[in-house]
Design a protein around this ligand. Sequence first.
Ligand code: WTA
Length: 647
Amino acid sequence: MAESRDGAQAQSTENVVMYHPSKDLVENANVTAYMRSKGLSSYDELYKWSTANPEEFWADQANELEWFQTWDKVLDESNAPFFQWFVGGKTNIIHNAIDRHVKTWRRNKLAMIWEGEDGSSRTYSYHTLNREVSKMANVLKSMGVQKGDIVTIYLPRIPELPIAMLACAKVGAAHSVVYGGFSVEALADRMSDAQSKILITADGGYMRNKVIELKKIADEAMARTPTIQNCIVVKRTGHDIAMESGRDLWFHDLMSLPIASPICPTEEMDAEDMLFILYTSGTTGRPKGVVHTHGGYQVGTHTTLKFVFDLKEEDRWWCAADPGWITGHSYIVYSPLLVGATSFMYEGAPNYPYPDRWWSLVARHAISVLYTAPTAIRGLMRFGDAWPNRHDLSSLRLLGSVGEPINPEAWRWFRDTIGAGECPIMDTWWQTETGHFMITPTPVVPLKPGSATRPFLGIDVDIVHEDGTSCAPDEDGTLVIKRPWPGMLRTILNDPDRYKNQYWEKIPGMYNAGDSARRDKDGYIWVIGRLDDVIKVSGYRLGTAEVESALVSHSAVAEAAAIGLPHDIKGNAIHAFVILRAGFEGSPKLEEELRAHVGHELGPIARPDEIKFVGSLPKTRSGKIMRRVLKAQALGQDVGDVSTLES
Ligand code: WTA
């Protein structure tokens, strides 16, 4: 038995030190209060009860929120796998995230704090946020935006991004946020698939004091998207940009018109009405528009933040993701507001101007819970302990990680150096598709560094063989979810068959997460990584197919294959193999040109670390590239069974 620094007990199981939570934390946890309200005396019992009675559990949670009209049925499974939650319920997530707070003392409480990379800051009380969101909602309405429309948002990490999202939801339109690090082709594809008529963007954004020219990228993308009628432009950098008259309008001009009244009723929605779509990479082809809805999503995100990070209204919560990804949607924008807490957002790079920028933010804004990704932790860890040690980080009480498996070394550094050996780390496994945390500890669960621990309450997870039978302890298999959950994706926009085939039919009747994992003898789950052609680069989800199609859109490239190889900081780095067209010859200059081309088409995050020019690619007889073989070769491993390889 080992002792951790705070006196909490740490014990070794199977060579893994287990970290037990302090008595104080357990005693005061939201989840403990709920457990007692059910007359139960342990978290294990609560978990068992919640999965035996999932509808009662989720109905309890839904009752924590306000509904215009309560639901008739918690879960409708009659058209599986097109499950429906809180059927017949009338709601709007904005009512719970904003409207119900401004009716109380909370109107004067900070909803959002933002700090720019240049040190400027803006704060919004619930009252001010409500005014800004209402004004923007009225602007959208005046431009003809209606219930059911999809508005594309392509903004840097500035307050107008959450405000635009919330304004769409308020009027009943769905938002489709495209991450500001994506580029022309990625943006054009997403706008076309969503048939967006309106794009909201900015003149630019800042990253490491450099201007990212978002409007220029948007102009190129709009030229490829005939549906766009208007573009609203937020002024962030103030540098010169082209404005097309009749199409492009300044946000600040619109917000100063009489039409932008600060009073706007919140649209009443069916629980199952679309709240947003978010595109994510899959196995093949184009990104999928994952559809989320008002009712189930608000219940799932609210419940998970309240129980997993023990969030209370007095907390200052910092989820350091970008709002353009699901982590930001669920845990920067919606759930902290649902809880009535204060959500902090920072615009720029973690190490700008110095490697202690994050730690100075924690100290200056008294952040109590910090949620980030392993890649950021590893990146900051490499600068050494002196940077965090010069700041008072004692406001922190809980820490969290998401996006990829966290290596135990980074886990321990995060807990010991940032969390003073006292802050437990909530390693949360989930996906764009799941909407909210699925496998995660709560503050009462003993932790093993590197394991996301157990399924969340009401969530039925298994690790199975290809035929759907359960794996034995410590055996690798496919991670599946056996019962529907409220925040689950409802479908893929314009492609319900793909939703059905990809997630529910590969292993019939179970949601296939596309990850491999194993469960140890204590029941702890260890997520290993993706089983498909998705690469997690710095926690960002990219598809090999997207990188390849960006490469072959260059005139010199005949064929391309992309794979992910392990990288110390980024987790994975993209490596590409390229066959050139006749008449072109590989050179360092061409390699650089191709990298820049991928950056221009797809975005800087997708630029391959290395491009190799090759004469052929390993393929199956049916012509599919065998990326598995390329990966094994690059890692110097046995290439395995290549009997289907083209000879
Ligand atoms: C991976 C991000 C291990 C996993 C919220 C999943 C993780 C994919 C973890 C989804 C974690 C996410 N431990 N792996 N705690 N969290 N992943 O859609 O491979 O961007 O399938 O959602 O990230 O990525 P997405």
